[in-house]
Design a protein around this ligand. Structure first.
Ligand SMILES: C[S@@+](CC[C@H](N)C(=O)[O-])C[C@H]1O[C@@H](n2cnc3c(N)ncnc32)[C@H](O)[C@@H]1O
Length: 387
């Protein structure tokens, strides 16, 4: 049975399923879900371009950000970076290539649920076995002492399919992850919320509305916040953000969660109808979300109000909230572009690789800071609230 047939058979068995369940299967079910079959971010032959896939500049700036957090934490060793939704490992490779000051302390853990994409990470990274992700340990003089990590043995890079069950000082990064978490869709009715479910009309997937279960209605109220949603208005409820943030909270002893994604306030989402739910394939917009499961990405703007409320409920404080363009300016993107131009001017005659990379920084910066594209992404940092 192909993916469409498996989804159809589940609906025949269970009745209409949530949009989140449909999306979960369409994107992640082995072997033919969209990401499970190797679809995703990249240039030629891929489906959409994310900031890391624009070029190396984004990773250089993330490396600067990591150094800032490392210094702020007092230069801990080990300093653990968990990159969730790491795709093919482009960001990790560029961070390491930038040789951040924290590198000797760095344990970089890529977390990617698609086995196909985890395999592709090996083309650009030397990955250590997962049980060595935190590097070598030595035992204390006393048999009862906890084992101590050996300092200065980084960078150590490893890859997992799910977030590790460890607690650490460091950073959890999610670049364009939350928009791909399965989302419930609700519609405002005169007397509460309805849930959009996926049903079958012959062999065609169609929407059907049912009264939203109480737990989903409660979460929908968190999305609406103090916005009075008119009857008929639809909003996304990315409930999976809650679980993800709760796991991040248990991992992070000291440090930050960095979230970069397209996101919108609730009134913006309502004004845009259902435009916040999109599909992509082969660098183009795809067809309707219920058509061709597995053949296209299904992605949803992150509901910002809900993200803030989920963060607070998981015990985080939002410590900064800005746009990608302003975040990258603060990290010194203009200075890196000027440096690249100088490298090009010095090496242009020889046309060596370093000179060409220097020149391409200006083009990359224009894409990364484009206010009608990647530059408009929201960047939030979260820290654990001290009780
Ligand atoms: C839009 S892509 C972004 C990839 C990469 N971060 C980038 O910016 O190029 C989202 C990735 O997150 C992965 N993903 C989705 N949910 C995940 C989860 N719960 N844990 C780990 N990876 C996940 C997908 O398989 C996909 O590779």
């Amino acid at each position: 049975m192909n993916l469409s047939e498996r989804i159809a058979s589940r609906i025949r068995r269970e009745g209409p399923i949530s949009f989140a369940d449909f999306q979960e299967m369409a994107l992640y079910e082995e072997p033919d879900g969209f990401f499970a079959s190797g679809g995703g971010a990249g240039r030629a032959g891929r489906d959409f371009v994310t900031s890391p896939e624009v070029g190396s500049l984004f990773g250089m700036l993330v490396a600067r950000y990591l150094d800032k957090v490392w210094q702020k934490l007092g230069a801990p060793d080990p300093f653990v970076v968990v990159e969730a939704g790491a795709g093919r490992g482009r960001l990790a490779a560029d961070v390491l290539r930038a040789s951040p000051a924290c590198a000797p302390a760095l344990r970089y853990v890529l977390v990617e649920r698609s086995a196909r994409l985890r395999d592709e990470q090996r083309e650009r990274l030397t990955l250590e076995p997962a049980d060595e992700a935190l590097g070598p340990f030595v035992h204390g003089a006393d048999a009862d002492d906890a084992p101590q990590s050996v300092p200065g043995t980084g960078p150590i890079v490893s890859s997992l399919d799910t977030v590790p069950a460890i607690s650490f000082d460091g950073v959890v990064i999610a670049n364009e992850l939350l928009d791909n978490l399965p989302v419930h869709i609700v519609e405002r009715a005169a007397d509460g919320w309805c849930e959009v479910r996926v049903a079958l009309d012959d062999a065609t997937f169609v929407e059907t509305l049912v009264p939203a279960p109480p737990e989903l209605s409660k979460e929908a109220d968190h999305v609406a916040g103090n916005v009075d949603a008119p009857a008929g208005a639809r909003v996304p409820v990315t409930q999976a953000i809650r679980g993800w943030l709760e796991r991040a909270a248990t991992m992070l002893r000291r440090g930050e969660v960095l979230i970069v994604d397209y996101a919108d306030e609730t009134d913006g989402l309502i004004q845009r109808g259902s435009e916040w739910l999109r599909t992509y394939a082969a660098h183009d917009r795809g067809t309707a979300p219920l058509v061709a499961p597995g053949m296209q990405d299904i992605t949803c703007d992150v509901p910002l109000g809900y993200l803030r409320s989920a963060a607070a409920r998981a015990g985080f404080a939002v410590t900064s909230e800005t746009t990608q363009v302003d975040w990258l300016r603060d990290l010194g993107i203009d200075e890196l572009v000027a440096e690249g131009t100088a490298i090009w001017n010095e090496g242009a005659a020889k046309g060596d690789l370093e000179a060409i990379a220097g020149r391409s920084r200006a083009v990359e910066a224009a894409a990364l800071t484009d206010r009608s594209g990647l530059g408009a992404h929201k960047v939030l940092t979260l820290e654990r609230r001290i009780a």
